[in-house]
Ligand binder design. Structure first.
Ligand SMILES: C[S@@+](CC[C@H](N)C(=O)[O-])C[C@H]1O[C@@H](n2cnc3c(N)ncnc32)[C@H](O)[C@@H]1O
Length: 422
C-alpha cells in the first residue's frame, strides 16, 4: 500500500477533499479544507488520483465525530465529519462554482433542514444473501448494515424485521428492498427481476412484516411504468393527509425524501406562482399542483408515470374549485399542446436527475412564458439546461433547499425571468 501525506486545500463537487501530490490532483473523501492527512492511494488515472484517508494529522476546527458507524466506508453520506455550518458553506461553494459556468455570480440563499439525521422517509437497500446494505464509496462493493441514521426511526425499526423475513424465505434473486414511510406507516417493497414472479407463490412467514404494507415488485426500478407491483400484505395504498383529507397514494410514485424541507420548497413555489397561469412539469403525484392551485389562476400538471397521474387526479377531485388539469405523458410530448391552448406565465420544472429533454427547452424558448422556476436535484444537468435557457432568460434568484443533509446531493431552485429584449 502506498501511503503519503497531503494538505487539503479545496472540496470537490462530490464533497471530497482536494489535495496535490507530486503535482497531481488527489481526491480524498471525508476530509476538510486546511487538514493535513495521511492517505492511501486507491486509484491512479491520467488526470487525478483517488485516495482513502488513513489518519488526520492536522484536524480542521469544523471536524466532528460522525454519528453513523458506517460513515467511513459508506458511499451514501459525504459530510458527517463536519459541523452543519461547514456543510452549508461547502454546498454553497460547490453550487457557486458550478453556476460560474453560466455567468451567475450572485447570491445563493440556503434553506436549512431542521435535522441532519432521521430525516429520510425513503431508502433503498441492496440485498445480498439475505443481508441488506449499501455500496462502499466509489464502488459496487456491498456491505451490510443494521440501520441507517439518516433514515426515519420508523424505517430503522423495520430493517431488522425485513432481515428476519429474508432469512426465512432465502430469496435467490432479490435485488433490493425499498423502505418508504408516509405519515406513520412504512411500506416495504422487495424488488426482483422481471422474470421472477414465481416467488409470489410461496411467501413464508409474512406475519413477520405484519406492521407494514408489503409489496413485491418485478422490474428494473420501482418508479418505472413497466415495473409490475403486487401488494402481498397490508394496505395497498399509502395514506397522506392534506387539508383535512386522506389522500391515497401509490407506493411507486415519487415522493420528496425530506418532508419538512419539501414543505418549505412547496411554500416557496406556491408564493411564486400566485395569481399566474402555471405549467407544473414533472408533477409527480400532484401534491405541489394541488397546493399551487389554491393561489394560482390555473395549473397544468404534466407527469408520465401512470400511477402518479392517477393520484394527482384523485387529489384534484378533493377540491373542484381549484383549477387544475392533469396530463399523463412526457413533458417533451405534451407541453406544446398546453402552450397552444393557453397563455402560460410561468413553468415549474422539477425533472429527475437527467434534467430536461432538449425539446422541452426549445418549446419554452419559442413560447411566451416569461418565468421559469427550475427545481433540480442534479447541478450538472441543471447547468447544462441553464446554458440553453440563458439565451432568453436571466437568473434572478438561486436557493439551495437542503433536502439531503450529510450527503453531497443538492436540491436547488433557480428562478429565471425572460430578458426584456427577447
Ligand atoms: C423529481 S420528481 C418531481 C415530482 C414532483 N414535482 C414532486 O415534488 O413530487 C420528477 C418526476 O418527473 C417524472 N418524470 C420523469 N421524466 C419525465 C418526463 N419525461 N415527462 C414527464 N414526467 C417525467 C417522474 O416520474 C417523477 O414523478
Amino acid at each position: 500500500m502506498e501511503k503519503k501525506i497531503v494538505d487539503i486545500f479545496d472540496i470537490s463537487y462530490e464533497g471530497s477533499g482536494v489535495g496535490k501530490l507530486d503535482g497531481q490532483i488527489v481526491f480524498v473523501p471525508k476530509t476538510l479544507c486546511g487538514e493535513k492527512v495521511e492517505i492511501e492511494i486507491l486509484k491512479r488515472t491520467k488526470n487525478f488520483l483517488l485516495a482513502k484517508q488513513q489518519k488526520v494529522i492536522e484536524e480542521s476546527d469544523e471536524r466532528i465525530k460522525p454519528f453513523c458507524p458506517y460513515f467511513d466506508v459508506c458511499g451514501g453520506c459525504a459530510f458527517q465529519h463536519c459541523n452543519y455550518g461547514c456543510e452549508k458553506t461547502i454546498k454553497t461553494q460547490v453550487l457557486k462554482n458550478e453556476l460560474k459556468k453560466v455567468n451567475y455570480f450572485g447570491e445563493i440563499d440556503f434553506v436549512e433542514s431542521e435535522t441532519r439525521f432521521a430525516y429520510r422517509n425513503k431508502i433503498k437497500l441492496e440485498a445480498r444473501q439475505n443481508e441488506l446494505g449499501y455500496f462502499k464509496q466509489k464502488s459496487h462493493e456491498f456491505f451490510a448494515i443494521d440501520f441507517c441514521p439518516i433514515a426515519t426511526k420508523e424505517i430503522n425499526a423495520a430493517i431488522p424485521k425485513v432481515k428476519d423475513f429474508l432469512k426465512v424465505n432465502d430469496f435467490k434473486n432479490l435485488k433490493s428492498v425499498y423502505f418508504k414511510q408516509v405519515q406513520k406507516s412504512v411500506a416495504i417493497v422487495c424488488l426482483f427481476n422481471k422474470n421472477e414472479k414465481k416467488v409470489l407463490k410461496n411467501i413464508k412467514n409474512i406475519e413477520i412484516l405484519s406492521d407494514f404494507s408489503v409489496f413485491f415488485a418485478f422490474g428494473d426500478i420501482l418508479e418505472s411504468n413497466s415495473t409490475q407491483i403486487f401488494n402481498v400484505f397490508g394496505k395497498e395504498k399509502l395514506q397522506e393527509f392534506l387539508e383535512d383529507n386522506v389522500v391515497e397514494i401509490d407506493v411507486s410514485s415519487f415522493n420528496q425524501v425530506n418532508e419538512k424541507v419539501a414543505e418549505k420548497l412547496y411554500e416557496n413555489l406556491t408564493n411564486i406562482v400566485a395569481g399566474k397561469r402555471v405549467v407544473n412539469a414533472y408533477s409527480g403525484q400532484g401534491l405541489l399542483t394541488f397546493k399551487m392551485a389554491k393561489f394560482a389562476k390555473f395549473v397544468y400538471g404534466i407527469e408520465y408515470q401512470k400511477s402518479a397521474h392517477k393520484s394527482a387526479e384523485k387529489l384534484k377531485s378533493l377540491n373542484e374549485e381549484y383549477r387544475i388539469e392533469n396530463i399523463c405523458g412526457k413533458v417533451e410530448d405534451c407541453l406544446d399542446l398546453v402552450l397552444l391552448k393557453d397563455r402560460i406565465d410561468i413553468i415549474v420544472l422539477d425533472p429527475a436527475r437527467e434534467g430536461c429533454d432538449q425539446k422541452v427547452l426549445d418549446l419554452i424558448l419559442k413560447s411566451d412564458i416569461s418565468e421559469i422556476a427550475y427545481v433540480s436535484c442534479n447541478f450538472s444537468t441543471l447547468v447544462r439546461d441553464l446554458k440553453v435557457l440563458q439565451s432568453d432568460f436571466s437568473i434572478e434568484k438561486v436557493k439551495i433547499f437542503d433536502m439531503f443533509p450529510c450527503t453531497a446531493n443538492l436540491e436547488t431552485l433557480v428562478l429565471l425571468k425572460k430578458k426584456c429584449d427577447s
